[in-house]
Design a protein around this ligand. Structure first.
Ligand SMILES: Nc1ncnc2c1ncn2[C@@H]1O[C@H](COP(=O)(O)OP(=O)(O)OP(=O)(O)O)[C@@H](O)[C@H]1O
Length: 533
């Protein structure tokens, strides 16, 4: 919280325990939306605790030939640079991680006779240009991919560092080269994404990316104009692409992950999905004025958490060339040198997709059906009465378009409750709709499943998989009453896109988002009612 909580409204979000937090539901201020993460760090957490719990555990993987990355993501001014860089008395993730890599490599050196040295590169992506922070006079650098799908930047300075002091000597002045500027929300706002690359010089090592992203920005509040506005456009675009990449990785069915749509995602391609150990730290600010930034950052974090990565060893010894794509095989510390029979390959693929399906279903189940396992003994999170006479723009009371969000999974796309609607319906009609849906769930083809409200390609496939493994569904939950209602009115999936619009446009400002959503809803109702749909 900033020192001056001008309107004394209290926080809009708070931690419940070390993994769970809740935020007030903007659709209904008497409710909260709850999120479950690997770790939640509150205000009292030290930099060391963040490092020890969330970052240190992934570092040994780079010495086994696997890539790793740590990102700080979140709205402008929420503390990303503080977390990643810190200050001399409170060093952040970057200095601590580099020190730890030196320790790990040194231990290897002593145990296994490694002749260790470590290389570093440091760049920023500013206005979609890749700039070398270790060589500030250089121009926009190209991003290339080698035949093994490693991402390379020809011309980027790669400096060998022999100790932490040596790293500091290069890193501190280079950090000053990063583009920062003052905005209304942060006196020293990062206008670029800064990416530090650390790579031990050995054959079998992966690389470590430590990334301080620029903040997502709502320009009505940053007061950005001119060049700041242009920067902001580039920042928001690359973060939007990051979100599309996450969606695409999550769907598991997308043919093309849009890595190439921004320099940020292109550069991090081999360290984001698939083959890397990734930690995303989401910084949020608890004040009401950041409510929508916080809400969308939490949603992004929650959907990023669903990605299942399969790290493999970047081995430079010759591996027999096999027909087909083996890039998704999991090579842990032991690289695989033998030929796999085709059947084994197919079995492995089947097992992997089942494991993926299970973890997805478990993830969806925990976020849609079960309440996270925590006890909330604290007083309800409620907004205090504001003393301010002028209503805060962010507090606009919006009539719920989609009902309450309680129990909604983090991407907000499904399980929408509509209080009061059920009572207006004849129960026999509801029962009939339930039966219809159950029948489609149990016997419907992929196409028929996709005809259901809120069921897209991904969910239809998950339903088919679930049916195959567990047999028939037995009942349609009461929770889905709004779904039943809309199915009854018209069996067209016009609600499907509302979730993606919400996440997609929220970067541009919620007013625009509401406008688009409201227009869509009106059109859909009109079409549905007229029976033409
Ligand atoms: N946990 C914290 N403890 C103390 N100070 C903090 C903390 N988090 C942030 N700050 C301070 O808040 C201010 C804004 O933080 P910071 O610059 O890290 O935000 P940011 O998310 O990187 O913003 P931007 O996206 O605009 O670059 C800084 O002065 C920073 O020192």
């Amino acid at each position: 919280m900033s020192k001056q909580d001008e309107k004394s409204e209290g926080p809009c979000v708070r931690g419940l325990d070390s993994q769970n937090l809740e935020i007030i539901n903007w659709r209904n201020a008497t409710e909260t939306v709850k999120y479950h993460f690997d770790v939640f760090h509150g205000e009292q957490t030290t930099q060391q605790e963040v490092f020890l719990s969330s970052v240190k555990p992934i570092l040994p993987h780079i010495l086994k030939g696997q890539n790793a990355s740590v990102f700080a993501y979140g709205p402008t001014g929420a503390g990303k640079t503080h977390t990643m860089l810190g200050s001399s008395d409170q060093p952040g993730v970057i200095p601590r991680a580099v020190r730890e890599v030196f320790n790990l490599v040194k231990a290897k050196d002593e145990d296994d006779g490694w002749d260790y040295s470590i290389g570093m590169s440091y760049l920023e992506i500013y206005n979609e240009k890749v700039l070398d922070l270790l060589s500030p006079s250089s121009q926009d650098l190209p991003i290339r991919e080698d035949k093994d799908k490693n991402i390379l930047i020809p011309g980027l300075t790669h400096t060998t560092i022999s100790s932490f002091a040596d790293f500091d000597k290069h890193f501190v002045p280079a950090s000053l080269n990063r583009t920062t500027a003052s905005t209304k929300l942060n006196q020293r706002s990062s206008r670029s994404h800064a990416i530090l690359l650390i790579k031990p010089h050995r054959q079998q090592t992966g690389k470590l990316y430590l990334v301080d992203l620029a903040g997502s920005e709502d320009n009505r509040r940053t007061g950005n104009q001119g060049i700041r506005l242009k920067e902001s456009g580039a920042i928001n675009l690359s973060l939007f692409t990051l979100s599309k990449v996450v969606d695409s990785l999550n769907s598991g069915t997308a043919i093309r992950v849009p890595y190439r749509d921004s320099k940020l995602t292109r550069l991090l391609q081999d360290s984001l999905g698939g083959s890397a150990h990734s930690v995303m730290i989401t910084n949020i600010a608890p004040e009401y004025k950041y409510y929508f930034d916080t809400f969308s950052a939490l949603n992004f974090a929650a959907k990023s958490k669903l990605i299942v990565n399969k790290p493999f060893t970047r081995e430079t010894v010759a591996v027999p060339v096999l027909p087909g794509d083996f890039s998704s095989w999991i090579f842990d510390s032991q690289p695989c040198h033998s030929l796999f029979p085709q059947e084994l390959k197919e079995k492995q693929k089947e097992l992997e997709s089942k494991a993926l399906l299970f973890s997805r279903l478990a993830g969806e189940k925990s976020s849609t059906v079960q309440e996270p396992a925590f006890k909330n003994n604290t007083a309800p999170l409620q907004r205090k009465q504001s003393n301010a006479t002028k209503p805060n723009k962010q507090q606009a009371v919006v009539q719920p378009l989609q009902g309450q969000l309680e129990g909604t999974p983090p991407d907000g796309k499904e399980n929408i409750k509509e209080n009061g609607w059920e009572s207006q319906l004849d129960t026999s009609v509801l029962e009939q709709s339930r039966k219809k849906i159950l029948q489609i769930l149990n016997t419907g083809s992929l196409k028929e499943l996709k005809g259901l409200q809120q069921i897209g390609d991904k969910k239809a496939k998950l339903i088919l998989g679930w049916r195959e493994i567990h047999g028939h569904f037995t009942k349609v939950d009461r929770e889905n009453v709004s779904y039943l209602l809309f199915y009854h009115v018209t069996p067209q999936p016009y609600f499907v896109f509302s979730g993606s619009l919400t996440s997609g446009f929220s970067l541009w400002g919620e007013d625009f988002n509401f406008l688009v959503l409201t227009l869509c809803m009106i059109c859909c109702f009109a079409v549905g009612r007229s029976g033409e749909s």
